[in-house]
Structure formats: structure tokens, C-alpha cells
Write a protein that binds this ligand. Structure first.
Ligand SMILES: Cc1cc2nc3c(=O)[nH]c(=O)nc-3n(C[C@H](O)[C@H](O)[C@H](O)COP(=O)(O)O)c2cc1C
Length: 194
């Protein structure tokens, strides 16, 4: 593939992931998002891609305002994400700067468009990361707030990407690794050694 074709494929993979489209093509529905921990140690976890905009160079994911990653991103907004589709021997790496969406209308739209099952987690009054004695404790009737409580905890994180990377391993050993760095409003592509 050419660098232009790979660029288009990266965004196609991300768009399909956010749409949760059934995929024959490589799947990046979940990605691992790395932040700098409050103590400076690396911190990584899985997130679901929720929205993607190639023209703006943006991706977004949803999280709980009370979760440790939010405090980490407020302190150090730089974030890196990686996804792998082992079936296709394909890795996509992303890096950029995270911003928390404050606009209530945009948050409401994201809240409404999320599947119900994922919203209950925002309604528990027990913050993510709190030590509990039994898995049921966090979702016990005593600890479930109403929808307004859930919405208050619901957070949309947008990441303005400044680096994209593609690595495709191939059985004929023509491994392809390409990087795209945002310079001003444009993406500068380059091949790099795998
Ligand atoms: C399949 C899967 C998808 C997940 N998606 C999300 C997500 O979109 N947002 C999120 O905050 N946590 C998600 N999680 C949970 C996180 O990986 C993590 O455990 C949690 O957010 C706490 O992270 P933190 O302590 O670093 O803030 C997901 C976990 C799994 C297993």
C-alpha cells in the first residue's frame, strides 16, 4: 500500500470501531489508553472508541468523571493509545492531547446514544477504584443513584491526535510501518523501519 492508502485505512479502521460495525476488516473497537499516573508511573487501561473525526483529527471515548484516569489527564493531558488486531497482524498507535467535553448538549447526545448497559456504571455512588468487599456491593440497590447522578458522572474525553502509526506484519516479511505527524493543519507521512 502507499502512504496515502494506509492513512485512509487507519481512519477507516477507527471509524468502523467507533460505529461498532460488524467487521471482516481489522477491528479496533477496544484500544488501550496510556496516561501518566499521578505519581509519574505509566498507567494503561482499555477504552472503547466512541467517535472519530478524520477532518478534525479527533477521537473520543467515554469514562467516569471520578475515575483515576480523569485526574491523570487533568494533570497531564498527553495520552497514547494502541490497538491490535492479531488476526490481521496489525497494530495502530495514536497519540495526542486529551480534553474533557464540558458542553452539556454534546455530553447529553453522547449519553443518549450509549447503550443502556454501559450507563448503569455511572449511576453507582461508589466511585471507580474504591475498595469493596464483594463485586455486588458497587451495584447494590443502596448504591444506585438516579439518571441525573449518572449523567453527572458521565464524561466524554476527546483526543486531538498529533501522531498516527500503522504497523502491519506480513508473512513475506515486507512489514509496513508508517507514521503520520500532524504539522499545523496537515499530516506529514513517513515510512519507518519496523
Ligand atoms: C472491554 C472493555 C471495555 C472498556 N471500556 C471502557 C471505556 O470505554 N471507558 C472506561 O472508562 N473504561 C473502560 N473499561 C474499563 C477500563 O479498562 C478501566 O478498568 C477503568 O476505566 C478504570 O480505569 P482507571 O482506574 O485507569 O481510571 C473497559 C474495560 C473493558 C474490559
Amino acid at each position: 500500500m502507499t502512504l496515502d492508502e494506509i492513512y485512509a485505512r487507519i481512519w477507516d479502521c477507527l471509524r468502523r470501531a467507533a460505529a461498532d460495525a460488524p467487521q471482516e476488516a481489522p477491528s479496533f473497537v477496544t484500544m488501550q489508553a496510556a496516561t501518566v499516573g499521578i505519581d509519574g508511573a505509566p498507567s494503561v487501561r482499555t477504552v472503547l472508541l466512541r467517535d472519530v473525526s478524520e477532518p478534525e483529527g479527533l477521537i473520543s471515548f467515554h469514562t467516569d468523571r471520578r475515575s483515576p484516569k480523569l485526574a491523570e489527564l487533568v494533570k497531564e493531558p498527553r495520552i497514547a493509545l494502541v490497538g491490535v488486531d492479531a488476526r490481521h497482524s496489525l497494530q495502530i498507535r495514536l497519540a495526542g492531547t486529551a480534553g474533557i467535553v464540558l458542553d452539556d448538549a454534546a455530553r447529553r447526545l453522547a449519553w443518549i446514544s450509549s447503550p443502556d448497559h454501559s450507563l448503569i456504571v455511572y449511576r453507582t455512588t461508589i466511585a471507580p477504584g474504591t475498595r469493596i468487599y464483594d463485586p455486588d456491593d458497587a451495584f447494590g440497590a443502596d448504591h444506585i443513584g438516579d439518571e441525573a447522578d449518572g449523567f453527572a458522572n458521565f464524561c466524554v474525553v476527546k483526543v486531538r491526535l498529533d501522531s498516527l502509526e500503522w504497523l502491519k506484519h506480513s508473512s513475506n516479511e515486507r512489514h509496513e510501518r508508517a507514521r503520520y505527524i500532524r504539522v499545523g493543519g496537515a499530516w506529514e507521512p513517513t515510512w519507518i523501519a519496523p
